[in-house]
Write a protein that binds this ligand. Sequence first.
Ligand code: FAD
Ligand code: PYC
Length: 416
Amino acid sequence: MTRYSALNLLREAGRLHSGWPEAWSSRDPKTSYDVIIVGGGGHGLATAYYLAKVHKISRIAVLEKGWIGGGNTGRNTTIIRSNYLWDESAHLYDFSLRLYEGLSKDLNFNIMLSQRGVINLAHTENEMREIQRRVNSIRLNGIDSEILTPEEIKHFVPIINLSNKCRYPILGGSIQQRGGVARHDAVAWGFARAASKLGVDIIENCEVEGFLISNGQVHGVNTNRGIIKSNKVGLVVSGHAGVLAERAGFRLPIESKPLQALVSEPLKPFFNVVLMSGKVHVYLSQSDRGELVMGAGTDSYNSYSQNGSFQVIEQMMASSIELFPVLSRLKVMRMWGGIVDVCPDASPIIGFSPLKNLYLNCGWGTGGFKATPGSGYVFAHTIAHEEPHDLAAPFSLKRFSSGALIDEHGAAAVAH
Ligand code: FAD
Ligand code: PYC
């Protein structure tokens, strides 16, 4: 330790964790703004940041009913990747991954990006063929993706069970080396701090209860802290998109379901990739603290509960032991759930709503963390120019009447 850092440490210890400067300033709402973003998750904060940074809009508020990042942003399993099947999604998610690659520098905040690789396992001939098809399609879009043999998988994950005597032997898989994880809270905090520095008002404990609407146009929102006017309102509320749409008088093709995850007790580092198995039905990674982070599918019913059901946990533990028999005595430390907003084609909605001045960013379902910077960037463009960004245009609400759906059900590798 240098003398300088030892002095710093002593000084910090001396002030007993008091006197920290605010990372973003908490404000009381003003009576009006140029743009209001409803929802202080990663996507809402990123939208506000790019509205201020790229489009130089100065009077912006983010209204969050709870605390910043307390929704799905702070509840996800932090996997980022861009190995999507269809061109539209591949372009959007890879744009986001490229923004992630420069995000710590851009925000001047360490988001702990770790591009350790994301592996998808195949356990049947059919799955192997599907993986080959996906790898070809992903590579045609200029995105990195490779086929792996079982032995190559073992190289990445030495304790994996390669026996052919188990229920679903491993026949091979794929890897996206640029995929990995990033610290989810840091993404929210980094965007909040950077947006706040650019003058964005971040207003926590401010719930939007309704909309000011006349002649098919939105002019502001009704909140638990009073009326706030604006001629541009972006809805970025994830699992509550259907609730807010109902308050605005229309319906969305979205179902809200619980998705849960858990962490184990900490272990010494033993595998340094993200591993996903659709067939055995679990995905795992190891956190910097040594915990195994695990998840599986959504609960099969609609709900606004942030818990989820016991049988999903039981199934994901059984699946993990099938892949890693040595984990059979591992203890679960905690579990949690989030409410995800799932569209019929498992792709998001970004763009105009049926009401003028009200813009939608929702339907990211189980896979929106990886899209956070890209989503914010293209949504900010859409709001600022009143015209969809090229990457966002295919994801309009209109696709549910035109039929131009973007079916990405297979992209998550676990049944979502
Ligand atoms: P949120 O972070 O949920 O933000 C929406 C905010 O809106 C919330 O903070 C909420 O409080 C606020 N809000 C709601 N109603 C109101 C209102 N009336 N007024 C004001 N504010 C309101 N994605 C991945 O890419 N990789 C993963 O590994 C991954 N794992 C996941 C694991 C789990 C268990 C869960 C639940 C999700 C996972 N996801 C993953 C999905 C990802 O977390 C979400 O798609 C993404 O975080 C959505 O971000 P957001 O900013 O849109 O939503
Ligand atoms: O989109 O990669 C993903 C994901 C993993 C777990 C939940 N979503």
